[in-house]
Design a protein around this ligand. Structure first.
Ligand SMILES: Cc1ncc(COP(=O)(O)O)c(C=O)c1O
Length: 386
């Protein structure tokens, strides 16, 4: 049996006519940049996330970069973040001229560890002491929020602006001060990606930033459009970070199905939980499952932990099952960040996770027989199928 990591065709087949109609409308209008479809999506995403403002942008990467630019982050500034993430998190920081400074992750959630953040803020490595720590950028990895209660407290104490990298976590819920919040709505800004493999994926690149402050949103709108409020009058240097109307039209259709897809992913996660019980693999830790919030984890990825990861991945491949490694090289060990002078061993939890984690197919249209095939192949590879 073949089990792909993702089956976008199955999703498209279920909504082809709605998507084509929405795209047709944009084609008929010939208005491709910004416009009413982008504004409508911004309003819907803002409402969905529980934030007053939203600004559509060209990708999740550009969401991060443009937000940092709108916050005037640059040379001499430090941004504290996790080394265990997709490259865009750290890359966007470096592209502003600021310095990414890393804090290790919690071993169970893989999210940035507030205790490690505190240790660094209290006593930064010597080479970073002259920098101004300006932003804290947690990543809600794999679809589950970081420990935002502790991180927000830390940010208040050290006067850091919090920018959430919520690229993988649209709709993920978190209880803060007894109130349900959605990923991206707790810090000053929350950055989302509509890369096709995300729970809400477009037909190409796209992104969104949700914000709490109208002034910051205005800055961002300017940055998104080459720093111009009025055409050809540039107050600051920005970029072309705009979201296409065609993407917005597709995403507006897909947004209506997002809760159903989240629920299907949760159902698939529960099914793996049953099928892989006592198999010897480490199952994802759902830190907030006891809070009775349904989207306590949106499972953009279902990531297991196995000591002999590469052999297990090969065994699954031989059984027709696609898997992925998110992420094999932590940021502090990337060649392009050699200048930051980190060494192997600096962030042991991130380094261990990079060696042991394996993402299994979790997409909504995955069937139970497919999941049973995945579980059987894992058990066979681990010798736990007796
Ligand atoms: C954690 C994280 N940050 C940022 C991004 C960047 O998003 P995009 O691919 O839309 O540029 C991604 C996307 O893969 C991501 O997973």
């Amino acid at each position: 049996m073949r089990v792909p990591l993702l089956d976008l065709k199955a999703q498209y087949d279920s909504m082809r006519s709605d998507i084509r109609a929405a795209m047709d409308e944009v084609c008929e209008s010939q208005g491709f940049i910004g416009g009413p479809r982008v504004e409508a999506l911004e309003k819907k995403i803002a409402r969905y996330c529980g934030a007053p403002e939203a600004v559509g942008v060209s990708s999740g990467t550009d969401a991060l970069l443009a937000t940092l630019m709108a916050l005037n982050v640059g040379p001499g500034d430090a941004v504290l973040t996790t080394p265990y993430t997709f490259f865009a998190t750290a890359g966007s920081i470096a592209r502003t001229g600021a310095t990414p400074v890393f804090a290790d992750i919690e071993p169970d959630t893989y999210n940035i560890d507030p205790k490690q953040c505190r240790a660094i803020l209290e006593n930064p490595p010597k080479r970073f002491r002259k920098l101004r720590f300006k932003v804290l950028m947690p990543v809600h990895l794999f679809g589950q929020c970081a420990d935002m209660t502790s991180l927000m407290r830390l940010a208040r104490q050290y006067r850091l602006t919090v920018v959430e990298d919520a690229a993988q976590a649209i709709g993920a819920e978190y209880k803060m001060n007894g109130r349900k919040r959605r990923a991206g709505s707790m810090g000053a800004a929350g950055c989302f990606s509509f890369f096709p493999s995300k729970n809400l994926g477009g037909f190409g690149d796209g992104g969104m930033v949700v914000l709490q402050d109208a002034g910051l949103a205005e800055n961002l709108r300017r940055i998104r459009n080459h720093g111009a409020q009025q055409r050809y009058w540039h107050q600051v240097v920005g970029g072309n970070f705009r979201l296409d109307a065609l993407q917005a039209a597709v995403l507006e259709v897909k947004l209506k199905h997002l809760e159903t897809w989240h629920a299907a992913r949760r159902r698939n996660a529960a099914c793996y939980g049953r099928l892989l019980r006592d198999s010897g693999v480490g199952l994802p830790y759902a830190a907030y499952s006891g809070t009775r919030m349904k989207n306590h984890h949106i499972y953009n990825q279902f990531v297991i932990r196995v000591p002999d990861r590469d052999r297990v991945a090969q065994a699954l491949k031989d059984a027709g099952i696609d898997t992925a490694v998110y992420y094999p090289v932590p940021m502090h060990l990337q060649a392009c960040f050699k200048y930051l002078e980190y060494r192997p061993g600096d962030f042991p939890e991130s380094e261990k996770a990079a060696l042991e984690t394996l993402a299994l197919p979790i997409y909504p249209e995955l069937t139970e027989p497919m999941q049973a095939h995945v579980a059987a192949a894992i058990r066979a590879a681990l010798g736990s199928d007796a």
